[in-house]
Structures are given as structure tokens and as C-alpha cells.
Design a protein around this ligand. Structure first.
Ligand SMILES: [Zn+2]
Length: 414
């Protein structure tokens, strides 16, 4: 542990900034819609960058739109101590998922500025592009390219359901930067995030020390049958692609209960073609999201899921095409950084517990290339990816106070 106590962060200032950010893309139900590379994404990026510049940060943007905002260190060439998250949201998302992590980083910089504390290593706040993955092909795109886990060209050439290309949208909103993506060392990466689950709230704890995250495999399944007239084609002659997909969804749900502890399996997005009231569906495309903390179990679940879909397709005379759209390995965070979070929590008298993340995060990708750890704070009723998502200013401030301490410890006050 370092000798230097971090300055007390300003929880009220952080909350004000947070609520101002939440106005961008605000939905009638109290949530936020800032789809990746939309106008709202651009406006939120512009606002954050203006705040970071005001706090004295130097701004760089890379070729996939990741934004790096650096508070210089006393020694210019040292690798940065980095923190950040994302500003994009689900279509009916909440105010805190992602936004909290970048705003926590900003509050740390502001608090250090106020206290005139300099560090040996630079500090860097990062906004990763397209964490949510609900508009283009998959999630955590910016951080995955940074970590060398996805080719830059793949991401730039991805298209949304309207056929709009990722790379073109990036240019349109003004965030196709000149910097190569990745390729520089990071001393330590921290990410603050709401838990998105019920554990901390149930136990009345303000802080979770995250040890790692479960692995995830995601698929796009295309079921092809034959279109036909809803009034004239007898039931026994039909090849109904939606009915096949519906039976697969039910069977996939059952697969989850074949394993102990349960994996989580979700069919969340369905597209029916031609999607007409009186035409038998000729094609249905749906997504599967599967997750488990053990890599072997996750692989067994994959094999079982494909087998049940193949069985149903064969029975119904349907064609099946399976595309794996995302694989995120089980993430294990850096033991030293995890310990530094526990020590900072003790120092600031904030009760905490160790835990695993059920959700994937940018931090899981960065863990592949830099020492990484995450700090969780509670969210109301454990809900996220909904307009109802909520968190208290006090809990957010507690998480940020710990972030300030661990960043200062890692960056070394001078
Ligand atoms: Zn998030």
C-alpha cells in the first residue's frame, strides 16, 4: 500500500455530471438510449471530451473510435494507469451501465487536480467504442480490437440491421481517429461498474472486489424453411421456420438445467422473414447468449445446444446455419491489483466482498494485455439493461473513492 492517502472525491460533483450525461438520449421511462455511433453517442462523447479537456487531459482517438484522455505524469514516457468504460447503451438502457466507469475516472482526475497531487505515471481515462453490441455484430468491439482479439477491419466493416457500415458511422460522428488501435503498454487498468446483479445490495455492501468474469459464447442461428399462404397450405405440409425457432428456444432453455451450477442461456433477438400476418415464416434468425464461469462446461453446453437445434431442424425438414458471433474467455483479474482494491477499501473503511462478474465488460478484454481489475457498486434491485436501472450517489462515490486510491497507489504520487 502506498503512504499517500488519495484526496476525498466529490460525490456531489460526480452525481451532477452523471445526471447531465443521463440527459443525452433520455427515454420517457427514465432510462437512456445511446446506441453505438448514433447521434446521441456522438453528443455524449463530445460532452465528456469537453469535461476531460477542462480537467487538463490530452485527448487522442484511435481508428475504431476509442478515446484516450491523459493526465500527464511527472515522467512522460511511463505507461499510464488507465481507467474507463463505455458511454453507449442498450436501446432501453439505464443511466449507470458504462457511464459510471468513465465518470468515476473523470472525478478521480478532478479530485487530484484540486488537491494538486502529481503522479509519476500518467493517468488515462478511456471511453471504449461499442461495448453493448446491440447495433452492430458483437459486443466490446473497441476493447477487443485494442487487445488484439479482433481484427480492426472486421469491426470497421460490420453492418447494423439497416446495412449501415460501422466505419462509415464512425466517420459521420467524427470519431474515426488517426491513432493505431492498441500497441502501447498499460501499467494497470481499472474499471468501475454497477454490479448489474443483486449480491451487493442484498448484503448491504457498498463495494465489490471483482476477481474475474464468466466466459461467454454467443451465436446467430438461421433457420430456413419455406414461405407459404397462411390460408391455403395444410398444416402437415408446412416448413415453418418460426415454429422451428420457437421449439429450439424452448429446448435451449432446458439445456441450461442439465448442468450444475446452471449456465445462463438466452434467446434475446429474433427476426422473422417475411414477418407478415398471413404468410408462413420462411426464415427465422435468432441469437443465443450462453455464459458459465467454467470454460469446459461452456464448451459442453455449446455442443449440446447445437445438437438440440440440429435435431429439431432435422425433424421438421428445416435447414440450420450456426454462426458463433462472440467468444469471451473466462477472465481472471490481476491478483496484485485485486489485493490493492481490498486494501483501499479497508483504508477508507468501506466494507467489501470478493465476487465474480456475471456480465462481460471491456475489462475482460483488456485483461488479456494488461494487469486489470474491476470495482463493483450496488444497483437497485440488481437490475440493469433496463430503464429502471438505479444507483445511489453514496454508493457511486464509495466506488470512486476506492478507484482514486488504487489509481494513486499504482501511479505513485510524487
Ligand atoms: Zn457496461
Amino acid at each position: 500500500m502506498s503512504d499517500v492517502q488519495a484526496p476525498r472525491i466529490d460525490g456531489e460533483r460526480q452525481w451532477q455530471s452523471h445526471m447531465e450525461m443521463a440527459k443525452i438520449g433520455a427515454t420517457p421511462g427514465g432510462g437512456v438510449c445511446r446506441l453505438s455511433l448514433s447521434d446521441e453517442d456522438k453528443i455524449s462523447r463530445d460532452l465528456f471530451v469537453s469535461w476531460a479537456k477542462k480537467a487538463g487531459c490530452h485527448v487522442r482517438v484511435d481508428r475504431v473510435g476509442n478515446i484516450f484522455m491523459r493526465r500527464l505524469g511527472a515522467e512522460l514516457d511511463l505507461p499510464p494507469v488507465m481507467t474507463g468504460s463505455h458511454l453507449d447503451t442498450q436501446p432501453l438502457g439505464g443511466r449507470f451501465d458504462g457511464a459510471y466507469g468513465v465518470l468515476a475516472g473523470l472525478e478521480v482526475v478532478r479530485a487530484l487536480n484540486d488537491a494538486h497531487i502529481r503522479t509519476r505515471h500518467p493517468l488515462e481515462i478511456v471511453i471504449w467504442t461499442d461495448e453493448e453490441g446491440c447495433r452492430f455484430t458483437t459486443k466490446t468491439m473497441g476493447s477487443a480490437v485494442f487487445a488484439g482479439l479482433r481484427p480492426e477491419a472486421d469491426v470497421l466493416d460490420g453492418v447494423d440491421p439497416d446495412g449501415i457500415r460501422f466505419g462509415d458511422e464512425l466517420v459521420r460522428i467524427g470519431y474515426a481517429g488517426p491513432e493505431p488501435c492498441g500497441g502501447f503498454p498499460i501499467k494497470a487498468y481499472f474499471e468501475n461498474h454497477i454490479e448489474q446483479g443483486p449480491i451487493l445490495e442484498n448484503e448491504g455492501l457498498p463495494v465489490g472486489v471483482v476477481l474475474g468474469a464468466q466466459g461467454q459464447r454467443a451465436f446467430q442461428i438461421t433457420v430456413t424453411g419455406e414461405e407459404g399462404h397462411a390460408g391455403t397450405l395444410p398444416m402437415n405440409l408446412r416448413k415453418d421456420a418460426f415454429l422451428g425457432a420457437a421449439r429450439m428456444a424452448d429446448a435451449l432453455n432446458a439445456v441450461a438445467f442439465n448442468h450444475e451450477p446452471w449456465p445462463v442461456i438466452t434467446v434475446g433477438h429474433v427476426r422473422v422473414r417475411p414477418n407478415s400476418r398471413n404468410t408462413i415464416p420462411g426464415q427465422t434468425v435468432f441469437t443465443i447468449d450462453s455464459r458459465h464461469p467454467d470454460a469446459d462446461t461452456l464448451a459442453a453446453v455449446k455442443a449440446e445446444m447445437i445438437a438440440v437445434c440440429e435435431g429439431i431442424a432435422a425433424n421438421m425438414g428445416l435447414e440450420l446455419d450456426v454462426l458463433e458471433t462472440n467468444y469471451s474467455a473466462v477472465a481472471t483479474f490481476d491478483a496484485e491489483l485485486v489485493q490493492s482494491i481490498r486494501e483501499a477499501a479497508a483504508r477508507w473503511d468501506l466494507p467489501c466482498r470478493d465476487m465474480f462478474s456475471g456480465a462481460g465488460h471491456d475489462a475482460c478484454k483488456i485483461a488479456e494485455v494488461a494487469p486489470t481489475a474491476m470495482i463493483f457498486v450496488p444497483c437497485k434491485d440488481g437490475v440493469s439493461h433496463t430503464e429502471r436501472e438505479d444507483a445511489t450517489p453514496e454508493d457511486l462515490a464509495a466506488g470512486t473513492q476506492i478507484l482514486a486510491q488504487v489509481m494513486l497507489d499504482a501511479a505513485e504520487a510524487v
